[in-house]
Design a protein around this ligand. Structure first.
Ligand code: SF4
Length: 379
């Protein structure tokens, strides 16, 4: 009998108080009337999927409230959503339940409501620990907010806390990045995600760079910053397990792992993208249309693609290569081990971007630097 595929649930909460200058996610400014129209629609979507047997009774291993900024929604409403999910889906006993939060959007009382409701992990968007670096990226709030939120989350009972930071920010130097990393370590999180700033078309930051009011990221400086993060965080007791992610022992993010180990994930909310049983499908990226469709008891799916066996293996390889341990040999499908992809793999190995052994295939340190290029080559 084939092993059951692992599965997680993601909820896209499409609200923020304001849009950061670099952000290209689908989101709306979190006005009360929008939130009030969204929540019943999301509950309806949970009900509709709960009635279906799409997941075949498999228990959820992870639930992730992402966005946007989920904590723009009152904590007791997030708690009600989580209770509804538990009522509609089976879950594993030690399920990981994450909520993303902007540090300035949570109070000690909110955090206590979340831990009491069963949230086990919180992820704060710190972005930097140097406030001057917030200005060109339009990130609201203060550095003190991050320290205060960390202390409050710990006091509320969260033991699994992630901090997101970015490198290559306008005006950021190697020295200020190193200071940010050391400040993060002093806050004692269990997980740190370091993302290279990328410039997304149509964002205010792209516009500011085009008219030269803000400098573009410097590729070679970003490479040095990536290397500094590896050195400082590893020395600080973290293990790098994915290109952008570091965890203390026992705190690897299960939700992230589902994406990189060819597992299934059902995603709810406007613009959310799912992958279940070899089919990729995405919700409509429009709040009003999302609410309208669910008002008619119709799932708001706007696109659906069934992958061929070859495409499934190819995607599993591309995503799996993000993990430092790479892709084990038994996961490299027979379609990839021959024909065009065999030649592409051999070329990437010859270029020093991939290394292959008895255990499987993985990116080299050079390959990690050019992971997007490797993915494009394999696609
Ligand atoms: S808080 Fe996060 S999701 Fe919201 S606008 Fe800023 S980067 Fe985008």
């Amino acid at each position: 009998m084939a092993a059951q595929r692992d599965i997680g649930l993601y909820l896209h909460i499409p609200f923020c108080r304001q849009r950061c200058h670099f952000c290209a996610f689908y989101l709306e400014i979190g006005r009360a009337e929008r939130i009030e129209s969204f929540l019943p629609a999301l509950e309806r979507e949970i009900h509709l999927y709960g009635q279906q047997n799409l997941l075949g009774g498999r228990p959820l291993q992870s639930i992730y409230f992402g966005g946007g900024t989920p904590t723009v929604i009152p904590a007791r409403r997030l708690a009600s959503l989580l209770a509804l999910i538990h009522a509609k889906f089976p879950t594993t006993q030690n399920i990981e339940v994450t909520v993303e939060a902007h540090p300035s959007t949570v109070t000690p009382d909110d955090l206590r409501v979340l831990t009491d409701a069963g949230f086990t992990r919180i992820s704060f968007g710190a972005e930097s620990m140097n406030e001057a670096e917030f200005v060109p990226i339009g990130r609201p709030g203060t550095v003190q907010d991050t320290s205060t939120a960390m202390a409050a989350a710990t006091a509320a009972g969260f033991t699994n806390i992630n901090l997101d930071v970015m490198y290559g920010l306008p005006g950021q130097t190697l020295e200020s990045w190193n200071d940010t990393l050391r400040s993060l370590l002093a806050l004692d999180p269990s997980h740190i995600s370091c993302y290279a700033l990328t410039i997304e078309e149509g964002t205010k930051l792209a516009h500011d760079i085009a008219r030269c009011s803000v400098p573009a990221p410097d590729d070679s400086l970003q490479v040095e910053m990536d290397s500094a993060a590896d050195t400082i965080l590893t020395a600080g007791g973290f293990e790098r397990y994915e290109i952008s992610n570091y965890a203390k022992p026992g705190f690897v993010c299960r939700h992230n792992l589902l994406h990189w180990t060819d597992a299934d994930y059902l995603s709810l909310g406007p613009s959310a993208q799912s992958y279940v049983n070899g089919v990729r499908f995405g919700n409509i990226a429009d709040l009003r249309a999302y609410v309208d469709q669910l008002g008619k008891d119709t799932l708001p799916v706007s696109e659906r693609t069934a992958l061929s066996p070859f495409e499934r293996e190819r995607d599993a390889l591309i995503f799996g290569l993000r993990l430092l341990e790479g892709v084990p040999r038994h996961r490299i499908g027979h379609h990839l081990a021959q024909g065009v992809h065999r030649r592409q793999l051999d070329r990437l190995i010859a270029q020093g971007l991939l290394e292959a052994g008895n255990e499987g295939v993985r990116l080299t340190p050079l390959g990690r630097r050019y992971a997007d290029t490797v993915a494009e080559e394999l696609f």
